[in-house]
Design a protein around this ligand. Sequence first.
Ligand code: FMN
Length: 186
Amino acid sequence: MTHGELPVLPGSPKIIPGPEKAMLKLSYGVHVVGSRSERGDLNAMLADWVMQVSFKPRLVCVAIENDARTLRFIRETGAFSVSLLHEKGGDQIARRVVMPSESKKIKGRPDEMQDLVYNKLDGMSYGIHDNGCPVLDEALGWFTCDLRETFAAGDHTLVIGEVTDGDVVREGEMLIERELGWEYAG
Ligand SMILES: Cc1cc2nc3c(=O)[nH]c(=O)nc-3n(C[C@H](O)[C@H](O)[C@H](O)COP(=O)(O)O)c2cc1C
């Protein structure tokens, strides 16, 4: 029997409820979702929640936070890319793209910084696919998608994309979340 509902005393270890513990055991690869706005701004977002969901047609699902700039861009242009981060060096790329591009999404930012937008791709090496979205040069591989459907799912939106192109460009394996050491689950 556990007493997870009782208040935690200062200094005592954090009690992680069972469902959260189980969710944290799920394994994910680490990806970068590339997108483009209608007026041509580019964006890159770190994402664990990417999976194939159909063979015919070849569909993938990406779960994206409702207030992410990436989601807005994908809705605007109907296209996105997914770069698979490499086990070697992928962590450095993850660090560069992990923050939201819009300062207003970061809790505690002072009012005068609310309108700031960071270009996470600045200084990174990437190409632009024919579908307009950025693909990272140092990825293990990549694929591009056309937006097919979106579904509301709590604080995220499920973005269903049909895979239009893709390739593996380096030897090796994907970076997985457990090795990156950051959690996006619970
Ligand atoms: C390890 C890790 C995995 C993440 N996976 C996702 C994800 O699958 N979906 C998502 O919406 N956000 C995910 N995030 C959070 C986004 O990367 C973050 O909110 C992002 O900066 C939003 O970017 P944008 O507002 O510039 O589009 C993850 C963060 C970390 C640290």
